[in-house]
Write a protein that binds this ligand. Structure first.
Ligand SMILES: [Zn+2]
Length: 406
């Protein structure tokens, strides 16, 4: 097939494209990074060398970066007789590198080793961003026009709630009700998993206020750190015990998850009792559960610890996203993807749900059909994140094949 050969011919360019994406630090500003401006400029300049009919920027104002905005790129390749636009949406922001001592190589210097490309953003979301870009380039280079419009969207801010990314774009009147939305941002290592549902997301920021004092005089202190860790321990146990349902649709993590994650700085020295303590939970909750009931439970436990340790505990929810209704398992956009996977890789793909937080959930909230797919080993957010080159190239072929048939 000519599209397959063409992707093979583009292989070095595809690898270079992903290496370039990794080499530009686009860590989300709310994770302490410089944001997406530089990587967006690079992508836009590359896209101008392709046969797009339209490339537009939608910059969302944001004071968190000195340049004052978060870029979003929306590009169109028009179809022969379009009934709709089929969108491929990936994100340009990355999570921070995390503990550098756990990395074997520099996270922002791409390294090719053992058939893999290493670096922050290699899998999440660089591989799919580059694969959709070069999948479309393949059909452009071969002068193939699909029936429908193909839209490529590179968004900001996926990693911290999407206010400056897909949520901003949804307000711009770009998207239509009968359009289709592919969001390649997750998948399994065979490429056989098509995600049509997500869990609810609940982030907790737990701020405990007591009274700071010398560690030798706890009688005049109210130790915020002790109150927080006792509270967090009970919370952790309680949530796991009460909300313990299993839903097989969610494959390898068929349960609700409640993870204590970030811990903020409190005091500099060992001999000071902290007056303030701030810690966080990331919770991914099966759609059957009511988030307000969970929050009520959390508040009841909180009150117990406020009294017990004579502290004030404030709970904020930096992200709270109720799981939307799933995309229909027999939606034509699911069927088309299954057909491409069968024809190219002889895979019988299956549908299911994941832990959530991709742009697809936000689209589904607007009753737009969204499907998540990709071939990856699940190294996102980890040290030594990588993508296998074979997966990157193979997915590019799937996108070229799929786009041609849309
Ligand atoms: Zn992602």
């Amino acid at each position: 097939m000519d599209i397959i050969n063409h992707v093979e011919n583009l292989k070095e360019d595809i690898i270079e494209g992903l290496k370039k994406f990794i080499s530009i630090n686009s860590v989300n500003p709310r994770g302490g990074g410089p944001g997406e401006k530089e990587v967006a400029e690079y992508l836009e300049s590359y896209m101008k060398t392709m046969k797009f009919d339209e490339i537009k920027r939608y910059d969302a104002p944001d004071d968190a970066v000195k340049y004052g905005f978060r870029p979003n790129i929306v590009a169109l390749y028009k179809g022969k007789k379009p009934k709709r636009t089929i969108w491929f949406i990936t994100h340009m922001d990355k999570v921070p590198a995390g503990d550098l001592s756990l990395w074997e190589t520099d996270p922002f210097t791409p390294v090719v080793k053992d058939g893999k490309i290493f670096g922050r953003g290699a899998e999440d979301n660089g591989s799919s961003l580059i694969a959709t870009l070069f999948g479309l380039k393949t059909i452009m280079d071969l002068n193939i026009r699909p029936e429908n419009n193909i839209g490529l969207v590179f968004v900001s801010d996926e990693e911290t709630g999407s206010d400056y990314g897909i949520k901003y774009l949804l307000k711009q009147g770009i998207f239509n009700k009968n359009d289709w939305y592919y969001v390649p941002d997750s998948g399994n290592d065979e490429g056989s998993f098509i995600e049509i549902a997500e869990k609810s997301i609940l982030w907790l920021k737990i701020i405990t206020e007591g009274k700071q004092a010398h560690a030798a005089t706890p009688n005049v202190a109210r130790n915020a750190h002790r109150a927080a860790i006792y509270f967090a321990k009970e919370l952790d146990e309680f949530l796991h015990e009460k909300y313990n349902a299993i839903d097989k649709m969610f494959g390898r993590v068929p349960i609700s998850t409640f993870e204590p994650t970030k811990k903020e700085y409190n005091v500099d020295n060992i001999n000071t009792i902290p007056g303030t303590d701030i810690l966080y939970f990331d919770c991914r909750i099966l759609p059957q559960y009511d988030l307000s009931e969970i929050l009520d439970d959390i508040n009841k436990i909180k009150e117990k610890y406020e009294i017990k340790f004579d502290v004030k505990i404030n709970i904020e929810t930096p992200q709270i996203e109720k799981a939307p209704a799933p995309t229909q398992p027999d939606h034509p956009m699911v069927i088309k993807l299954k057909e491409s996977l069968k024809e190219l890789r002889n895979i019988d793909a299956f549908v299911g749900g994941i832990g959530g937080g991709t742009c697809a959930a936000i689209l589904r909230h607007e009753n737009l059909p969204a499907v998540v797919w990709g071939t990856m080993d699940h190294t996102a957010h980890q040290p030594n994140e990588y993508i296998k080159i074979a997966h990157l190239i193979s997915d590019t072929k799937v996108y070229a094949h799929l786009m041609r048939n849309l």
